[in-house]
Design a protein around this ligand. Structure first.
Ligand code: A2P
Length: 342
């Protein structure tokens, strides 16, 4: 791989930040120096990386001096505040928040789908929303063979999407319920343990929540089909990590199930998991910690001759966030695309 680079992880103590650090080590990312940035709350904490203890620093305007790549995962407002400062000091920011995803100047990249978009960055590359990434890698191989006309997706999203503190809250709630106590909800709006609720992102005038509209707009941008018809219903479920999705795909003519199975089985980043005899298909516990999105139950929609149904589970923290960001960073090094394009 390329020469060693200086990397900063912004949001290093969060659920995605921790996974970013783990993946940098696991994938032997060519790091010269690793800087771990978070809020003042965790400044001074130590995180182990490649046999070394690295001290977490509170981010400030001078944190990005000599940094080549910033992997940002500290939320939209922090990204908005620091991304331009990092770019001004010469770094490329791969941003996990939604702050820049729909900005025309910012490529929105899933390396299995639109790697070439990354070449056009002006310093910031956006990592798509987790549900969009998981759906995208699963259905793009089909779209390439026969364009998708319409997507109807429902999600079953784990607590990890709301961060490390939401995951801990669900465990505490479960314990409280088992002890016969009332569960408290502080991070998520309602108790999630032994419950579920429509996604808690803000609702728009069209009565879709932000998470649902992210799936619509981001899929269109990544696929390069501005008028692709997409409708989504996003639901939070009491799973700790790994999201699931049911997806209905409409084509302009029938799509053979066997062909779809073959395409999914051979696509990069996806594993076909189907045992029809045992009624065994992807489950969040099987997807947890895996790089690939697990896809199964690919079947003919009995209500529409040109539509297919499928089911997937994917690790929200891994491919849905940290892994995709690291793959973008690897792509920049491999193609020598670190420099801002003209
Ligand atoms: P900290 O642990 O210091 O609060 P998650 O999404 O899992 O909740 O993680 C959010 C990440 O973003 C954490 O690393 C958190 O750091 C970081 N973060 C939150 N607020 C700030 C802030 N004001 N400045 C820098 N980092 C922040």
């Amino acid at each position: 791989m390329a020469d060693q680079v200086n990397v900063a992880v912004l949001g290093a103590t969060g659920a995605v930040g921790q996974e970013l650090i783990k993946l940098l080590e696991e994938r032997s990312f060519p790091i010269k120096n690793l800087k771990l940035l978070a809020s003042q709350r965790s400044a001074g904490n130590k995180v182990s990386f490649a046999g070394q203890d690295i001290v977490v620093e509170a981010v400030d305007d001078n944190s990005f001096k000599d940094v080549d790549i910033v992997l940002a995962s500290a939320g939209g407002s922090i990204s908005k505040n620091y991304a331009s400062k990092a770019v001004a000091s010469g770094a490329v920011v791969i941003d996990n928040s939604s702050a820049f995803r729909m900005d025309d100047e910012v490529p929105l990249v899933i390396p299995e789908i639109n790697p070439e978009a990354a070449a056009k960055h002006k310093g910031i590359i956006a990592n798509p929303n987790c549900t969009t990434i998981l759906m995208g890698v699963a259905i793009y191989p089909l779209h390439q063979v026969q364009p998708i006309k319409r997507i109807v997706v429902s999600t079953y999203q784990s607590a990890s999407g709301a961060g490390a503190r939401a995951m801990a809250e669900v465990e505490t709630q479960a314990q409280a319920i088992l002890n016969g106590e009332n569960p408290k909800a502080e991070i998520l709006p309602y108790p999630l343990a032994f419950n579920l609720f429509p996604h808690n992102s803000p609702l728009g005038d069209n009565h879709y929540c932000q998470e649902e509209m992210k799936m619509v707009h981001e899929t269109r941008k990544i696929f390069g089909v501005p008028d692709l018809r997409v409708t989504a219903t996003c639901v939070r479920v009491p799973v700790l990590r790994a999201h699931s999705e049911t997806i209905n795909l409409e084509f302009d003519r029938p799509f053979a199930v066997e062909k779809a199975q073959e395409l999914v089985a051979s696509a990069e980043g996806v594993t076909l998991v189907e045992d029809w005899e045992k009624n065994y298909f992807p489950m969040p516990i099987d997807a947890t910690g895996k790089d690939d999105v697990l896809v199964g139950r690919i079947r003919q929609d009995i209500s529409h001759e040109s539509s297919l149904e499928l089911w997937l589970c994917g690790d929200q923290i891994r491919k849905g966030a940290a892994l995709n960001a690291i793959q973008i960073a690897e792509l920049l090094l491999e193609k020598n695309w670190l420099k801002v394009s003209a």
